[in-house]
Design a binder for this molecule. Structure first.
Ligand code: ADP
Ligand code: MG
Length: 255
């Protein structure tokens, strides 16, 4: 086992005004590991994910991805914030899948997937298009390449969003409740795509309430409450033998 983490989160604190939302979070994620984050609404899960790709500025602590400090550089023992251009470059290594898909409405499914490699990585359009077609095939949407988002179901839109997140060959993909906005009958097709990514060795951090997915796919389940990691471990341990009352109480509600 390697000792270097693909994602290293160390002592992060984040407050909004007087409200301490993250109160000292440490987490290490190995290459190829799937981490599922569970926790009540308002516990800081989205803020934690957003902190990983520097959509939030931290009050304390740091995040490294594949050894690289995100959003900051060290200078004379202090952390200084990087320029926006640098942060954008770093974000190209971090896929992000949102609850509400966030596709560009004026672009087709294919164009949505092609956009980032061409715009952010200056890949030739032709090469990006070939790759995008493969990714759409992988998420089962070859026949929808030329469809605009409004013509796609929520499940299809989310699968396009996943293909788009993969187009930059990210080092880690973050999912923030990727199935919460979907009609129940569409949840399975998105979870199937995520399970396939996991099997292919994608490093993933997934915030979800889908306990079945956590049990089956996660290597590690992390329970967050009130801005802290309360416990973490293999699914069988955290889901079936939680050690903390708060975890038990949460699971009793969602299971
Ligand atoms: P979760 O994703 O677990 O539901 P969030 O990370 O979205 O939780 O939010 C945690 C807490 O931080 C909530 O109380 C929320 O209201 C607060 N919060 C999140 N973002 C902001 C913000 N930009 N400004 C002020 N408060 C925020
Ligand atoms: Mg959230």
């Amino acid at each position: 086992m390697t000792t270097t983490a693909m994602v290293e989160i160390k002592g992060i604190h984040k407050s909004f005004g007087p409200v301490d939302v993250l109160r000292g979070v440490d987490l290490r994620v190995r290459a190829g590991e799937v981490v599922v984050i569970l926790g009540p609404s308002g516990s800081g899960k989205s803020t934690l994910l957003r902190s990983i790709n520097h959509l939030e500025r931290l009050n304390r602590g740091y995040v490294r991805i594949d050894g690289e400090l995100i959003g900051y550089r060290r200078s004379g023992g202090r952390l200084r914030e990087l320029k926006e251009r640098e942060v954008l470059r770093q974000r190209t290594h971090i896929g992000f899948v949102f609850q509400n898909f966030n596709l560009f409405p004026h672009l087709t499914a294919l164009e949505n997937v092609v956009e980032a490699p061409v715009a952010a990585q200056r890949k030739p359009r032709r090469e990006a298009t070939e790759k995008a077609l493969l990714l759409l095939e992988r998420v089962g949407l070859s026949d929808k390449a030329n469809a605009y988002p409004r013509r796609l179901s929520g499940g299809q839109q989310q699968r396009v969003a996943i293909a788009r997140a993969l187009a930059l060959e990210p080092k880690v993909v973050l999912f923030d409740e990727p199935t919460s906005a979907l009609d129940p009958e569409l949840v399975g097709e998105v979870l199937d795509v995520m399970r396939d990514l996991a099997l292919r060795g994608t490093t993933m951090i997934v915030v979800t309430h889908e306990i079945g997915f956590a049990r089956e796919v996660a290597d590690t389940v992390v329970f967050v409450d009130d801005g802290l990691i309360v416990e973490q471990g293999p699914p069988a341990q955290v889901l079936d033998h939680p050690r903390h009352e708060r975890t038990k109480a949460f699971l009793a509600k969602v299971l």
